[in-house]
Design a protein around this ligand. Sequence first.
Ligand code: ATP
Length: 275
Amino acid sequence: MINFTAGAGLRLDDLRVGYRHTRRWPASEPDRVIVDGITAEAPAGRVTAVLGPNGAGKSTLLRTVAGLQPALGGAIMLRGAAGVDHDLLRLSPRDRARRTAVVLTERVDVGLLTGREVVELGRHPYLGLVSRLTDRDHRLIAEVLADLQATDLAEQRFAELSDGQRQRLLLARALVTEPELLILDEPSAFLDVGARVDLMALLDRLARQRSITVLVSTHEVELALRMAHQLWLIDDHRLITGTPSTLIDNGRIGTVFGTPHAVFDPATRTFGVRT
Ligand SMILES: Nc1ncnc2c1ncn2[C@@H]1O[C@H](COP(=O)(O)OP(=O)(O)OP(=O)(O)O)[C@@H](O)[C@H]1O
């Protein structure tokens, strides 16, 4: 039985993520466990950043929470604003798609679709047999596009936009699903430095205004320390949680990301070159 300590949000309970052994021989080969014993909360209305060195398991964790690969054990619970808990591992794919939206880094091939048509795909989990958008759907899409200052972009061919512009539309596609949980895997990968800061600020605003639980993986450790409310830090197959200040003060950020050449300075919350 899971007890949420906070209000609405996401809770992982003794979750195990990784890759199932699929070969028939040898039959005894174990699953490849990437992160184990994950017990963590991400509150609604806030941004939680998932951090960890290359290969630590950030994508594996996010893909599991998003339902894109099976969990190896444990539970993933989402508590909505009404205080009702939903076990994401047991929801139907359609129900799950209405509650969670995912923005992945991979480039998506959408042929000749316009930006607006890509955004409209976000309403897919709500469409009935007729597959026709309602007036409310169109109003919602227009509102989200305006909110993200993407109304003009939406009229252009998606494939002809820059990476940053595409990403704004993919975020719009996620938001028109009206999710309770928004998952973004390394969304700043193709963005310049200013756009990365803008994106984190945008996610923070969206989380607060729409009471969404935002879970975002990033290599931008310094930015996450400054702008995320909560951190999930993967270190040596385990997940540690805390506020940025907690994980700085207890030395975890410095030990996990420090290298023979890179050193973390807790006073400035930045990395420098070890001399
Ligand atoms: N399909 C797969 N089958 C088996 N192992 C995999 C598979 N995909 C990834 N892995 C392994 O899982 C581990 C975690 O990978 P993952 O991509 O989740 O890490 P990450 O923290 O997102 O890394 P990065 O920061 O480099 O993107 C790695 O050791 C990787 O080799």
